[in-house]
Design a protein around this ligand. Structure first.
Ligand code: ZN
Length: 68
């Protein structure tokens, strides 16, 4: 089983392994990342584990004051 690195949305649609950047963590198991290229938010304990909508990211990380 290979480990896919990078944003799966970008990999799927453009073949480019853009790396979501770390935004913040509210606990050791609640980490937030964002791909600036396709504007996908990612949450979870590992990078690129769980893509979520901006509404879901806002709800999960209200302290981040997300604008996108
Ligand atoms: Zn992306």
């Amino acid at each position: 089983m290979s480990e896919d690195l990078g944003c799966q949305v970008c990999l799927t649609h453009s073949g480019k392994p853009y790396q979501p950047r770390f935004v913040l963590a509210t606990s050791p198991s609640d980490l937030l990342y964002r791909c600036d290229f396709c504007r996908t938010w990612w949450i979870g304990t590992q990078r690129y584990q769980n893509p979520v909508s901006s509404d879901a990211a806002r709800a999960a990380f209200p302290e981040a004051r997300l604008d996108g």
